[in-house]
Design a protein around this ligand. Structure first.
Ligand SMILES: Cc1cc2nc3c(=O)[nH]c(=O)nc-3n(C[C@H](O)[C@H](O)[C@H](O)COP(=O)(O)OP(=O)(O)OC[C@H]3O[C@@H](n4cnc5c(N)ncnc54)[C@H](O)[C@@H]3O)c2cc1C
Length: 556
């Protein structure tokens, strides 16, 4: 019985980090239980989604990259309220994201990570990831690139006009200044990849790894600094799942849930712990003398500040992906040949730049161009009050109608941004971000505005015109625009990280400070990167696996 047997390792959360760390533990012979609150996702996990699979296939819309935006329109069990800023399903957010797969530059590790996590320390882990996880910047089996009108115009603008270098993005991963290229996706043969496809199936064939879905861990149970197991809700019933005397628990529940689980386990800011105790949320057997007062839990939460700019041009043809009524030609092209627009998640173009500030620190900046534009009729509508809800940008772009000559450009602040927030517990004790995440340090807005101002200078040569910001806007005007809430400037980027940092919340071995056998391995432990985070999270999970296995070996 998996609930009562004593596991050597329990991993909480089957997102990209959890799947990788559980796989590596099992491969090293550890009896491993992987717990996931959500349910199936990809076809191979038994996902079905209302029985609306494309006919005679084992595909769900998770598998079909071009359907990724449809997931947010119809939050059909893949985005549960447990983790409202991402996927709550096998694969975590890797099952619902755009699949962008970008190796961080060595400078991210060398500048921002602690000793033991510098670029030379990450080389083996990176190599192992490349060996296991295929990726491509040409997604269509027939070798044709689709929906390229935005790419062509942007290339004229940024490469021919402004001198950005057109590169193979992961081939030259260390270059992040004035570079441009095709996005790299973690897909293979026109279908979504990621660890659910590349790590999990082989791991599940082992007798010493068990995946249990529909299990929501509530807290870790512990005696002082020793975890004894986890308390979890299974079919609405609270159960205790023990670990062996030398066992370990690894939290891989994501940038919100991992810090939150620590708090519910009596580890965190004492004021928060008192509140939880008063509400009866802490373990009844945990005395307050055993609390671990650790203010770093939840502190440093990062997400990329961003702005969407609609770009209009006579040669632009935007495209609307649809789950309910896809273009018949494109549907056949996909189902019969794994070719066409549905082989990728709408982003056609990526570019990066850096800005060195007077104090020598560096701000990272990223742009992407989508294949469709935000809906024109919303652009100047005043009766629409901005609402801060997850995935708003994607919902809007997905609803694009009307003008067929617009693409959406997303500009993000990345590594070196100075604003961070905290994971906080709301009135109902669910976790979320505080208001400090974006622009609490005005320098970030200044840097992003400088970048937009810089690139706008070359825009007219491409035939593109910005719709929601005047092309001749001054840098201060752009700064005001991006910090004023609107459909284009509010909402999350959903690239959360850095809320349980190495060195303050966990040590260099990923052990929670003050604990002996409790780890955090996921987006919470990585620093803000120059690239979207999933690649770096997967490498961190590979690196953490080595470190944890080293500790297990030492204790033998
Ligand atoms: C819409 C969207 C688009 C994105 N696009 C990209 C992109 O193109 N490229 C990129 O690099 N990144 C992208 N990201 C970000 C990326 O997907 C995440 O950074 C990454 O998935 C985080 O991995 P993780 O393992 O830390 O956590 P998660 O992916 O959040 O996985 C955590 C898992 O733990 C489970 N869990 C949580 N709490 C519990 C609990 N108490 N008990 C049991 N299970 C629990 C959750 O259900 C979830 O499955 C995107 C994210 C979103 C939402």
């Amino acid at each position: 019985n998996w609930i009562t047997q004593q596991w050597e390792v329990i991993v909480v959360g089957a997102g990209p980090a959890g799947i990788i760390v559980a796989t590596r533990m099992a491969e090293a012979g550890q009896n491993t239980l992987l717990l996931e609150a959500g349910g199936p996702s990809y076809g191979i996990t038994g996902g079905d989604l209302d029985g609306r699979r494309p006919a005679r296939t084992n595909l769900t819309r998770v598998d079909v990259p071009g359907l990724f935006k449809s997931i947010f329109d119809d939050e059909n069990g893949l985005v549960c309220n447990l983790n409202s800023y991402g996927g709550c399903t096998v694969g975590g957010s890797s099952a619902i994201n755009a699949g962008g797969h970008f190796e961080p530059p060595a400078s991210d590790y060398d500048l921002y990570f602690p000793l033991g996590w510098k670029s030379k320390d990450m080389q083996n882990a990176t190599r192992r990831l490349y060996a296991r996880q295929p990726s491509t910047n040409l997604t269509s089996r027939n070798g044709i690139r689709y929906l390229q009108s935005g790419y062509t115009a942007a290339r004229k603008w940024l490469v021919e006009g402004l001198g950005f270098e057109d590169i193979d993005i992961n081939g030259k991963a260390d270059k992040k200044t004035e570079v441009f290229g095709h996005p790299v996706f973690d897909y293979a043969d026109g279908q979504r990849g990621g660890p659910t496809i590349t790590y999990l199936p082989a791991a599940l064939e082992r007798s010493n790894l068990q995946l249990q879905t529909g299990v929501k861990v509530i807290r870790v149970e512990r005696k002082g600094s020793q975890v004894t197991g986890v308390a979890a809700l299974i079919n609405g019933v609270m159960e205790f799942i023990p670990i062996s005397p030398k066992g370990r628990v690894i939290l891989s529940s994501g940038a919100f849930q991992s810090p939150s689980l620590l708090m519910f386990s009596g580890i965190g800011n004492p004021r928060v712990l008192s509140r939880l105790q008063l509400a009866g949320k802490l373990s009844p057997t945990l005395r307050s003398s055993q609390w671990i007062k650790l203010n770093a839990v939840g502190r440093g939460l990062f997400d990329n500040p961003h702005v969407t700019i609609a770009l209009e041009g006579p040669d632009i043809e935007d495209y609307t992906y649809s789950y309910e009524s896809p273009s018949p030609i494109d549907k056949v092209l996909y189902l019969q040949n794994r070719s066409g627009p549905y082989t990728f998640a709408s982003v056609t173009t990526v570019f990066w730049d850096t800005l060195t500030r007077p104090d020598g620190s560096v701000a990272g900046l990223q742009g992407t161009i989508d294949s469709s534009g935000p809906p024109r009729q919303y652009l100047f509508s005043e009766d629409l009050t901005p609402k801060q809800y997850p995935m708003m940008g994607q919902k809007l772009i997905n609803n694009a109608v009307g003008n067929r000559h617009t693409v959406g450009m997303n500009i993000h602040g990345t590594s070196g941004m100075k604003s961070t927030g905290n994971v906080v517990l709301g009135k109902d004790f669910s976790c979320g971000p505080d208001s400090n995440v974006y622009y609490s340090n005005p320098k970030d807005a200044e840097d992003i505005a400088s970048f937009i101002h810089k690139i706008f200078r070359g825009l007219s040569s491409s035939g593109l015109t910005p719709v929601n910001i005047p092309q001749n806007a001054t840098q201060p005007e752009i700064q005001t625009y991006i910090t004023t809430p609107s459909y284009y400037t509010s909402g999350t980027s959903n690239q959360w990280s850095s809320s349980c940092r190495i060195g303050s919340c966990v040590d260099v071995n990923t052990t929670v400070v003050g604990m002996e056998n409790l780890h955090v391995v996921d987006s919470a432990i990585i620093m803000p990167l120059s690239v979207p985070p999933q690649f770096g999270i997967m490498v961190a999970a590979e690196r953490a696996s080595d470190l944890i296995l080293g500790m297990i070996e030492e204790r033998k």
